[in-house]
Unconditional design. Structure first.
Length: 137
């Protein structure tokens, strides 16, 4: 793992959350996108070299909607940048971590993503993410 790539924060309303984080960081979101497959709208902010990803559900059956219903708004996941997501998944499986999606899928911000189950990471949802190269699309 190279570094913390971003921290994901689940929010009920992306517009009102954007206002809060724009005030907090003193600048607007640099990127917003919808990931239809996950039923989520995202908004990214930079804080120095770090990123914050706001996540709001676009449908009631999305993982973010379920998370907010169960736990409320707040930190949803910590994402770590990796160089080779497939080999990292294999390594972590051998170490006993529970992988939620063994096959990397397309996520926000031009990334391939895999999630580790919170049961195997002391209650924290961990996202592994790798930049998508043209040959991986």
């Amino acid at each position: 793992m190279k570094k913390i790539e971003h921290i994901g924060i689940a929010v009920k309303d992306i517009k009102s959350a954007n206002v809060i984080y724009e005030s907090l960081f003193g600048e607007p979101s640099y990127k917003s996108e919808t990931v239809e497959s996950e039923g989520v709208k995202t908004s990214f902010f930079k804080c120095g070299e770090n990123k914050i990803e706001l996540l709001a559900a676009t449908r009631e059956d999305s993982p973010i909607a379920k998370f907010i219903e169960k736990r409320g708004e707040g930190i949803h996941h910590i994402a770590f940048a990796v160089t080779d997501i497939k080999s990292e998944v294999e390594r972590l499986k051998k170490e006993g971590f529970i992988v939620l999606n063994e096959k990397p899928k397309r996520g926000a911000d031009n990334k391939l993503v895999v999630f580790l189950h919170p049961k195997s990471t002391n209650g924290v949802l961990i996202e592994l993410c790798q930049d998508i190269n043209n040959n991986e699309k």
